[in-house]
Design a protein around this ligand. Structure first.
Ligand code: B12
Ligand code: SF4
Ligand code: SF4
Length: 297
């Protein structure tokens, strides 16, 4: 069945598919508790620790996790003021559709097959699962990295009740050149494969409410009004990588938002134009705020 799964994924242009074992993920729990103790958490992770560790709490009877990578690199664009992950239409929708297609395919081939699919929005650490499924290795910049597409890969997975044979995690890390540590605008890369997300520019561009003086200093370190790519752009594992072959990540690309346009749009019109893009989920106000702070530097 695993071979048929891999074949089916190929037909969807999914090259990287692997199997992680079911939880408990006790090594992840240790890393996560340490992060919580240091206050190195953003508002976007699952709050219930156990739901990050025990697969049965999320899908009872989970016997394996099918993990897929979705490369999205299309090239470096100098005039961009949006981060690379948001050039295409919203990756959540694109990937969710593919994961659901896999789920439906398995439902029609395995009796009593049950699954739940997630991309970015699940309780588990997507990177941890991708590592367990043997799909990539850890980077000091926190990313899961592949040889062919570097770290510009999204991660999606299906918890399911079929005992697919688990793959082996890769026993290697990035080359540890520390370029990402030196160049990070928030100086927030700890050096032990974790970061302090509160000082991460990507987090600050999504943060609601008042920005502190430190936030503003970090935000104005470069021109992106949404996200940050520095720790990936400087990484030697991202040199000479292949561009994505997934059609949806090659088309409908948008690299920048113009201030004049943004300013004159109503919230409703903003959502009508851009509601299908990942940079829009915090609304127009946050983007306009970021833009104004960056323009005034
Ligand atoms: C919260 C969150 C954020 C926060 C915090 C990020 C962070 N580093 O923790 C903020 C808003 C800052 C953020 C930013 C970005 N994010 Co984000 N984010 C998430 C989210 C929702 C949860 C991450 C989380 O739990 N972090 C807590 C830490 C503890 O876990 P972790 O990063 O997953 O795991 C790393 C380490 O803790 C450590 N580790 C964990 N367990 C273990 C166990 C062992 C044994 C060892 C040795 C190490 C180890 O290594 C892991 C990988 O390096 C995930 C989706 C998800 N549900 O998993 C996406 C996710 C991590 N984000 C993603 C992306 C693309 C980004 C950005 C690149 C977007 C951008 N361009 O602006 C930046 C990158 C910032 C960075 N250097 O990490 C992708 C990463 C893909 C990849 N190839 O790695 C994910 C997986 C979404 C997805 N499904 O594709 N993000
Ligand atoms: S995304 Fe930017 S701010 Fe966040 S860790 Fe990477 S380089 Fe630092
Ligand atoms: S820039 Fe260097 S240290 Fe950072 S993730 Fe890449 S190889 Fe590792």
């Amino acid at each position: 069945m695993k071979e048929r799964l891999i074949e089916y994924c190929k037909s969807l242009n999914i090259e990287y598919v692997g199997i992680a074992p079911p939880g408990p993920y006790l090594d992840f729990e240790k890393v996560w508790i340490k992060q919580i103790e240091k206050g190195h958490v953003s508002d976007f992770e699952e709050k219930d620790i156990k739901r990050r560790v025990y697969t049965d709490l999320v899908l009872e009877g989970t016997k394996s996790v099918i993990v897929c990578l979705f490369p999205y690199f299309t090239g470096n664009v100098e005039e961009a003021n949006l981060s690379k992950y948001s050039y295409s239409l919203d990756y959540h929708t694109i990937i969710k559709n593919k994961l659901e297609a896999i789920g439906k395919f398995l439902e029609s081939n395995i009796q009593s097959f049950r699954y739940k699919s997630f991309v970015d929005n699940g309780p588990f650490s997507d990177r941890y699962l991708a590592w367990k499924a043997g799909l990539g290795f850890w980077g000091i910049n926190n990313h899961i990295i592949t040889d062919k597409y570097g770290s510009y890969v999204f991660i999606g997975y299906l918890l399911n009740n079929y005992p697919f044979e688990p793959d082996r995690a890769q026993d290697r890390t990035c080359v540890q050149c520390l370029q990402c540590v030196k160049k990070c605008p928030g100086q927030c890369i700890s050096g032990d494969f974790t970061i302090n997300p509160r000082r991460c520019k990507s987090y600050i561009t999504q943060k609601k409410g008042c920005l502190s003086a430190t936030d503003i200093e970090i935000l104005t370190k470069h021109d992106l009004i949404w996200g940050c790519d520095v720790c990936q752009d400087v990484c030697p594992h991202n040199k000479n990588i292949k561009a994505t072959e997934i059609e949806e990540f090659r088309t409908n690309l948008m690299y920048r938002l113009e201030y004049e346009e943004l300013k004159q749009l109503s919230n409703k019109e903003f959502m009508r134009r851009y509601g299908n893009r990942s940079f829009s989920w915090r609304g127009k106000g946050i983007l306009q705020r970021n833009y104004e702070i960056i323009l005034s530097k």
